[in-house]
Design a binder for this molecule. Structure first.
Ligand SMILES: NC(=O)c1ccc[n+]([C@@H]2O[C@H](COP(=O)([O-])OP(=O)(O)OC[C@H]3O[C@@H](n4cnc5c(N)ncnc54)[C@H](OP(=O)(O)O)[C@@H]3O)[C@@H](O)[C@H]2O)c1
Length: 239
C-alpha cells in the first residue's frame, strides 16, 4: 500500500458521489484525512461503510459548493482544525443534455454554469490564499471530454465544462512558480451506478472505472506530479 498522503489533509467536494467516493476511498488507502462535502445522508452512510476503519479519518459537511460564503467557512474550519490543506478535488458537477439550445430552459443553462463552473471557482477562490501561505497544494477540477468535443444537444454542458478548463488554465498561469498546482481532468462516460441505471443496455466494460480515474487524481495531488501544472488530462482511455 502506498502512503503518499499520510498526515495530509484532502478536501473532496462531492466526495460521496460516483467519482468522488472513489477519490475519497483512494485517499484513505494512502493515509489521508479526508473532508468531504455531501448532499444526501444515504450517500454519506454508504461511504462510511465502504471506508471501514478509515471512517475515523472522514469529516463530512453538507454544504452547497456553489455558495461562496459556505465554501469559505468550510475552508476556515478545516484550517482551524488541521492547520493544513494539501489537496482539493472538485467532483461536483452535473449533466443536462439531449436538448437543442433553443429548446433548453434558461434555468438549466444557469444550473450547468453553477455546478460545473461556479463550484470550481468558489473552491479555488477560497483555497488558493491559504495554499499560497503554506507554500504548497494541489487542486484538481473535474471537467469533461465535452469541454473539447462540443456535441449536439449539449450546449450548456459543453460550454460550462469548456469554461471550467479555461478558468483552471488561467488560474495555473496566475499561480506559476508558487508551488500551488492546479489541473483539470477530462472524463467521458464513467462506470458509475447512475450511468448504469440511465443506460442499462450499454456495454459497461468499455467505461472507465471511477477507481482508475481516482488513481490519476491522486497522482496529480502527489509529489510525483510536481512538474504537472495547468494540464487538462484526458481520462477516457481508448473509449
Ligand atoms: N459520470 C460521468 O459519466 C461523467 C462524465 C464526464 C464528467 N463527469 C464529471 O465528473 C464529476 C463527477 O461526476 P459523478 O458522476 O461522480 O457525479 P455525481 O455522482 O452526481 O456526484 C457529484 C456529487 O456532488 C453532489 N453535488 C451536486 N451539486 C452539489 C452542490 N451544489 N454542492 C455540493 N455538492 C453537490 C452530488 O449530490 P447529488 O447526488 O445530491 O446531486 C453528488 O454527491 C462531475 O463534475 C461530472 O460532471 C462525469
Amino acid at each position: 500500500m502506498n502512503s503518499r498522503f499520510e498526515g495530509k489533509v484532502a478536501l473532496v467536494a462531492g466526495g460521496t458521489g460516483g467519482l468522488g467516493r472513489a477519490v475519497t476511498l483512494a485517499f484513505f488507502e494512502e493515509g489521508a484525512t479526508v473532508v468531504v462535502t455531501y448532499r444526501r445522508q444515504e450517500e454519506l452512510d454508504a461511504l462510511k461503510i465502504a471506508a471501514g476503519a478509515a471512517a475515523g479519518r472522514l469529516e463530512a459537511f453538507a454544504i452547497d459548493v456553489t455558495d461562496e460564503a459556505a465554501v469559505r467557512q468550510l475552508i476556515e474550519k478545516i484550517l482551524a482544525k488541521h492547520r493544513r490543506l494539501d489537496a482539493v478535488v472538485n467532483t461536483v458537477g452535473g449533466y443536462a443534455g439531449g436538448m437543442k439550445l433553443w429548446e433548453l430552459e434558461t434555468k438549466v443553462f444557469d444550473q450547468m454554469l453553477a455546478l460545473n463552473l461556479r463550484s470550481g471557482y468558489a473552491l479555488s477562490r477560497a483555497v488558493v490564499r491559504p495554499m499560497l501561505k503554506q507554500g504548497h497544494g494541489s487542486i484538481v477540477n473535474v471537467a469533461s471530454k465535452a469541454a473539447l468535443d462540443h456535441a449536439a444537444g449539449a450546449a450548456a454542458y459543453a460550454a460550462s465544462k469548456a469554461a471550467a478548463v479555461a478558468m483552471i488554465d488561467s488560474l495555473a498561469a496566475d499561480l506559476q512558480g508558487t508551488g500551488v498546482r492546479v489541473n483539470s481532468i477530462l472524463p467521458s462516460i464513467i462506470d458509475t451506478e447512475a450511468n448504469r441505471r440511465a443506460m442499462p443496455k450499454a456495454d459497461f466494460s468499455k467505461w472507465p472505472k471511477p477507481q482508475d480515474i481516482a488513481r490519476v487524481i491522486l497522482f496529480l495531488c502527489s509529489e510525483e506530479a510536481k512538474v504537472i501544472h495547468g494540464a487538462a488530462i484526458p481520462v477516457f482511455g481508448d473509449s
